[in-house]
Design a protein. Structure first.
Length: 272
């Protein structure tokens, strides 16, 4: 279908229509060989509550945005390279059905479809595009993914200290490493994670200690790799210092059965 639609007038018109709907707030989407394969409205789990979002599937990218006027005006355009995408189906909850997670190195989030058939179609088309791109480029599937943010309404207390209660004056924050909802005292630290942002990001105290330990370990490994190789014999062995050891820190367990999602009506269509 991609080969059939590439460089056709109908494909160019479809892409131009999508660009038109995003207006000046969106990036240009037309590229040689790029094909619009399908579009639809999915319910995306956002920080405050689930919201309908328009999604456009191209053969190399996934584009989504907020709906201002359906089929006429969208904004908050997001573009995700499909090479960076991994999919994970999720079980239904009482509030939300036909769920799956779209995982990338920079952002991961949960979406749901209006029906099981619609979910199967989305996942099937996405997996086919991802497989084709990885085969074409020779890249391996992405193995490091950003943690999805747990919705605000999932908890009324800090998920780290478990005693600070959130209120109008006590704000909720999110750790960019684990996605937990935490209080200000449990997330005062910032850490540079270039994969997510060029600026240091808010992290909870536990993740901060883990990231520091990982950074120290990697620096030590680089230092050892840079050391000159010493002869096996003929020299006196150097005296070795005891290496620093620290106990492994265990994250507090948070109930995994909290239901976060609610249902929305949506539709999808794929071009043939």
């Amino acid at each position: 279908m991609v080969d059939h639609l590439a460089n056709t007038e109908i494909n160019s018109q479809r892409i131009a229509a999508v660009e038109n709907c995003f207006g000046a707030s969106g990036q240009p989407l037309a590229l040689p060989g790029r094909v619009l394969l399908g579009e639809g409205i999915l319910t995306k789990e956002c920080r405050k509550k689930p919201k309908p979002r328009i999604f456009f599937l191209f053969n190399d990218i996934l584009v989504y945005g907020s709906i201002i006027i359906n089929k006429r005006k969208y904004n908050s355009q997001h573009i995700i390279p499909l090479e960076d995408v991994t999919l994970e189906t999720l079980p239904d909850t009482l509030q939300m059905k036909n769920r799956w997670m779209i995982k990338t190195s920079k952002k991961s989030f949960v979406v749901s479809a209006a029906s099981l058939t619609e979910r199967k179609e989305w996942i099937s088309h996405l997996e086919e595009c991802i497989k084709h791109l990885l085969t074409k480029t020779g890249r391996q599937p992405c193995r490091e993914h950003a943690a999805p943010w747990i919705p605000d309404k999932a908890t009324d207390i800090c998920m780290r200290c478990t005693h600070t209660k959130f209120s109008t004056l006590t704000r909720r924050h999110h750790c960019r490493k684990c996605g937990f909802v935490v209080c200000a005292d449990c997330s005062r630290q910032r850490f540079l994670m270039p994969r997510l942002s060029p600026k240091p990001l808010r992290v909870c105290n536990l993740c901060y200690r883990q990231l520091l330990a990982q950074e120290k370990k990697e620096a030590e490994a680089e230092r050892r790799q840079a050391e000159p190789i010493r002869p096996a014999a003929g020299y006196e062995p150097s005296s070795g210092d005891d290496s620093d050891k620290s106990d492994d820190e265990k994250a507090e367990q948070w109930p995994a059965d909290t239901e976060f999602y609610t249902s929305q009506v949506s539709w999808s269509s794929f071009h043939s």
